[in-house]
Design a protein around this ligand. Structure first.
Ligand code: B12
Ligand code: SF4
Length: 427
């Protein structure tokens, strides 16, 4: 069968990233002999479905599938009408937003798939779609069961690379349950990984095909399995040099020795969810970290020369003008690059369930649910206060970024001199 997956566009700007879920689904269907293509309208908003089918597909697809987060769900109904008008018989939908609101998808789709859908979709395509319109998820236990996608599918997703960055996911699942993140009802808490050899092969294949400037490992937390990470570094080294790599880190994991090992294999930067500089607010998120845990982990990452990008959320429940200021001061104290965003009550998160009780909402239009706008206003503060604090936070961001740039420039200048000095002394 011919299947076209579509990632609908979003109305607000922001980094598009790559449609990794669709790539995994597509690879599983290709293995079963289906002809699959992906039209990513976030990356390529100028292309129409008609145009893509005409130029890239051999006839009208039998099935069109929409993949939606909360921010881009609104567009899919119109696109589904367009696909039906072209003669598409079956429309399906999936993705995080529809795992929370499956009935919304059924306003235009014939079937909606909940959660991870590699197995459930492959079953439906092989055995026929079931009577039931809402199709439950079946979790994969072993990610190595996902086959490698064809070059053409990889090109649909990765070409052209925005800012030269290629995203890769090497594991699924997170053991924590932060109030602002997707609830474990909608995603697995059990962590499943690709084998180290497979991860290294995946990274090298991407490097050979697309020559990225940077590879971003987007796992919820890359560092949970110390031994696994070391094996992964060994495999990466065995296959040869890769571009610099960045990863998501949780401050309860890792140590200097591990970070140094990672640094040697090209992991140069880590994104760390720090969220707040106030311990009560941190505790209420359920992230199971304190400001001291953050301080310790940042010290260790710095010792290993891994750059840190701290992510903070402004406007979490319990926030006041004082706690907001504590967060800005904490970021300055850590002296690492930082990025501040508003805490958004995304459907599927505990914060979404509690939002009305713990504060108020500025809009219920999901298209605006972007971390760049204050949507949730906690009881102890106001929208004006949040916006003013964000303006200050942007200044802190800029100042910390400049400091880091100066530091990097200094080391770039000094390191060759130190190496030369050591070499001369050694002689
Ligand atoms: C990497 C990442 C990013 C990257 C890349 C985004 C991307 N790939 O689209 C960047 C940094 C750019 C990013 C940005 C944003 N992100 Co983000 N991101 C993630 C992260 C960590 C991984 C996404 C991923 O690749 N998952 C792996 C794949 C395998 O899973 P999947 O995509 O869900 O696909 C599976 C199923 O959903 C299903 N499926 C998916 N589509 C379809 C379609 C059909 C037809 C079927 C049958 C099944 C199906 O099958 C797939 C395979 O099992 C997730 C958290 C997470 N662990 O998922 C957050 C997450 C998706 N992001 C989130 C958010 C909010 C955003 C932003 C809106 C933030 C902002 N700027 O305001 C933007 C939106 C960007 C956009 N795409 O428009 C939320 C979404 C919540 C929601 N209710 O929508 C998440 C869940 C994090 C959270 N807070 O809980 N993000
Ligand atoms: S924010 Fe990070 S640590 Fe918390 S539940 Fe989400 S992925 Fe896990």
């Amino acid at each position: 069968m011919k299947i076209l997956f579509i990632r609908p566009p979003r109305s607000q700007n922001g980094p598009p990233g790559q449609a990794l879920g669709l790539l995994d689904l597509g690879a599983c269907l290709e293995r079963d002999g289906h002809h699959v293509r992906i039209l990513d309208l976030i990356q390529k908003p100028e292309i129409t479905i008609r145009e893509f089918i005409r130029t890239e597909m051999d006839g009208v697809p039998d099935v069109v599938g929409f993949s939606c987060l909360t921010v881009n769900a609104a567009e899919s109904k119109k696109l589904a009408d367009e696909a039906r008008a072209l003669g598409v018989k079956t429309i399906i939908a999936g993705g995080i937003h529809y795992s929370v609101y499956p009935e919304k998808a059924l306003e235009y789709a014939d079937y909606v798939f909940l959660g991870e859908a590699e197995i459930s979709l492959a079953n439906a395509m092989r055995d026929g779609f079931p009577e039931e319109k809402i199709i439950p998820s079946i979790h994969l236990d072993n990610l190595d069961d996902i086959p490698e996608p064809s070059d053409i599918l990889l090109k649909d997703v990765y070409e052209p690379l925005t800012d030269g960055m290629a995203m890769v996911m090497t594991s699924r699942g997170c053991p924590f349950s932060c109030s602002f993140c997707l609830d474990s009802k909608y995603r697995s808490r059990k962590i499943r990984r690709y084998s180290p050899a497979r991860i290294a092969q995946k990274l090298h294949r991407l490097n050979d095909l697309f020559h990225p400037r940077l590879i971003f490992i987007v796992d919820d937390i890359f560092t949970t399995d110390r031994e696994g990470v070391i094996k992964c570094c060994d495999e990466i080294d065995r296959l040869g040099k890769l571009p610099p790599m960045s990863f998501h880190h949780h401050v309860k994991f890792g140590d200097v020795a591990l970070f140094k090992r990672m640094r040697r294999s090209g992991f140069f930067s880590s994104g760390v969810g720090m969220e707040s500089g106030n311990d009560q607010i941190l505790k209420a998120t359920g992230k199971s970290i304190t400001t001291d845990d953050i301080r310790k982990s940042v010290r260790e990452l710095k010792k290993a020369r891994i750059e840190v990008l701290g992510f903070f959320l402004l406007g979490l429940p319990g926030e006041t003008k004082e706690t907001l200021r504590e967060t800005l001061n904490f970021a300055k104290e850590l002296n690492v690059r930082c990025s501040f965003h508003f805490a958004i009550p995304y459907p599927g998160s505990r914060l979404h369930e509690q939002a009305q009780e713990l504060g108020s909402l500025t809009t219920d239009n999901f298209a605006f649910y972007s971390i760049e706008s204050p949507i949730f206003i906690p009881e102890g503060t106001t929208e004006e206060e949040l916006l003013a604090m964000m303006e200050e936070a942007r200044k802190v961001e800029r100042c910390l970024r400049k400091r880091q740039q100066r530091k990097i420039a200094f080391y770039r200048f000094i390191n060759p001199l130190v190496r030369l000095y050591k070499k001369l002394r050694g002689r």
